[in-house]
Design a protein around this ligand. Structure first.
Ligand SMILES: [Zn+2]
Length: 148
């Protein structure tokens, strides 16, 4: 099986949070959106109907907790949770924050995140992304220690 998400989970480099069923990892710097993360099921699931009720239940809680964390860490006004899974069929949720005062919103912001077509003026660098990732790891606390 040639799946980039399964591959990433086999050799994790920057896991923010890991539970029994799900992994949270940072979005790419190229998206230029601070706070953009992926929520990915550990199992290779391509359709919503394949999830167990436990997995779906946990996903809802995770989205809720990620939003709470992002509101605390950044100045998040709206939080988008989007699934497309066309290019990579392993189902994954793009969690995309729109910060207060950010004038790019809706589909253009989703496109910026998922296609890295940058439209926002505010630029972020690697240090800021690392800072954010550490903040979010700290927020989720102990759960990150299970996989070095
Ligand atoms: Zn996969």
């Amino acid at each position: 099986m040639d799946c980039p998400i399964c591959e990433k989970h086999r050799y994790p480099t920057d896991t923010i949070y890991e539970s029994k069923n799900w992994v949270i990892t940072p979005g790419p710097l190229a998206s230029q959106i601070l706070g953009y993360v992926y929520i990915e099921p550990k199992r290779h699931v391509e359709n919503w109907a394949q999830f167990t009720n436990d997995e779906i239940y946990e996903l809802g809680i995770l989205i809720k907790n990620v939003e709470a964390a992002l509101i605390e860490i950044l100045h998040v006004d709206r939080l988008y949770a989007v699934t497309i899974s066309e290019a990579v069929r392993h189902l994954h949720v793009h969690v995309i924050p729109r910060e207060q005062g950010m004038d790019v919103k809706g589909l253009p912001l989703i496109e910026q995140a998922t296609q890295q077509k940058v439209k926002t003026e505010k630029q972020i660098n690697e240090d800021q992304l690392k800072w954010f990732t550490n903040q979010l790891k700290n927020y989720f606390g102990l759960a990150t220690s299970c996989k070095g």
